[in-house]
Each structure stands twice: as structure tokens, then as C-alpha cells.
Design a protein around this ligand. Sequence first.
Ligand SMILES: [Cu+2]
Length: 154
Amino acid sequence: MKFARRSTLAVGIWLGSVIGGGVLAMASTGWTKEILFVARDLEDQQAVWLPREIVLQRSTDFTEPLIFRFDNPTARTHVFEAPGLLESAEENGIQITRPVRVTIAPEENEQIVLDRSRITNDARTGEGETVTYRFYCPLHRADDDTGGTIIIGP
Ligand SMILES: [Cu+2]
């Protein structure tokens, strides 16, 4: 229960930093590394997830469980999709991994635990190079929108 309390406290801090400066909304609680994404409606029925770019370092940011949080303050349902990334989840009491595709209802929030071993494997394939993943809302994505990027360096 210590975990839950700390997480709740930290959410306030991240929301504060998003509203305050739009800086990278990332915090380490000492237990987990957490990143907050916030949905934002645009013109022409489109929407994006903010921030648009996340930079992580394998050497420092993958020593703790990595959690993605999603906040949807808008009036529409949005989906966070990140091809190539997997989440660790529990289904019927069994630990599984599945592609990151999270649906967040209006004024709701969700969170997932990222599968770090997948990212580590991708990086190994690239021989320690930087690996980039895209993310977007498939429901409200513009044709020319390349999405946000998660850049993971060595
Ligand atoms: Cu959307």
C-alpha cells in the first residue's frame, strides 16, 4: 500500500509540471519510473498525446519498473498506441505481455507497466544504438501525423 500512496502523490507533481511548463513529465519515486501522457484535442477532430517527445536512457531509466500513465481531460475517448512496445499485464491471474494499445475514456486515466525486456532486446539488435518508437491516437490521427516519439538511448 506504500506503493499506491506514493503514486498518488506523484501524479499531482506530474500534472503540476505539465500544466506549469510543459516540460518532460517524468518522475522517479524510488520505486518506479513513471511517465505521464496527456491527451489534447486539436482542430479538425484530431488529437495528440503530449508531450510529443520522450527521451529515456537504458542505463539509468530501466533500473526500476517503467510505468506509463495516461490522462484524458477531453470530452472524447482516445487511444494510446505505440507499435513495437509491449506492456506487462495480468490476465486471469497469468502474467502476459501484449502490444501497447490503451483506450482512455473521457475524463478518465489509465496506467500500464511497460515490458522492459522487449526494449532491451530491441536495443541489443541495434547494437546499443538509439531506438525510436512512435505513439499516437489511431482514432484521431491526421494522415500526415508521424506521431510522438519515444527515444531510448544507450
Ligand atoms: Cu483520439
